[in-house]
Design a protein around this ligand. Sequence first.
Ligand SMILES: Nc1nc2c(ncn2[C@@H]2O[C@H](COP(=O)(O)OP(=O)(O)OP(=O)(O)O)[C@@H](O)[C@H]2O)c(=O)[nH]1
Ligand SMILES: [Mg+2]
Length: 178
Amino acid sequence: MSKAKILLVGPCGVGKSVVANFLSDQTDILNSKYRPTIGVRILEFETSLGNSLNVDVELWDCSGSESFETCWPAMASQADGVIIVYDPLIKEPSPAVETLFNYFITSNGLKEMQCMLFANSKGRESTTVTSPLPSVLNYEVNLEKHPGEVMDNFKDFLKKVFNKLSASQEREELDIIN
Ligand SMILES: Nc1nc2c(ncn2[C@@H]2O[C@H](COP(=O)(O)OP(=O)(O)OP(=O)(O)O)[C@@H](O)[C@H]2O)c(=O)[nH]1
Ligand SMILES: [Mg+2]
């Protein structure tokens, strides 16, 4: 069974740790008080993608604080997929979604399909938002009202990431034979 390293990145306080806890099946996620992540938290779990396909996920819940930008190279290294979480009600987030995309995707040699945006308005009313990166998958996250959708979007994303991983692996195997 293969394993994918998936990053959750985005500004401080946008809900990355809450989303990480939800995706890794931890309970009581919305009642906790804000505890900024120090550096990074790595959550390892197995999840089912249907058709008796189980995969291992290493979910890196990264701090959004500038003081941990020195950790970005270690976070980015060998990443297979990146979820950028942002608050659609904040006009000029820091770091900007574009900055994160450029660093963790473009400069990191990943393809656009290895990235997904989560617009998390944290249960507040949000008017439909324009995506900061129109060509990248962008989902509105509402863990309070539609948790199932968040999980479905995550699993669809994982399917794409694992398809890409197995295609690369097959190519490497063919290169060895030829
Ligand atoms: N009500 C509600 N609160 C949320 C939701 N998502 C996040 N929060 C709250 O927002 C605060 C920040 O959430 P975190 O998940 O810790 O934020 P973070 O992005 O991990 O922040 P850093 O670790 O500092 O980068 C916490 O108090 C959460 O409980 C949500 O969907 N609904
Ligand atoms: Mg956090």
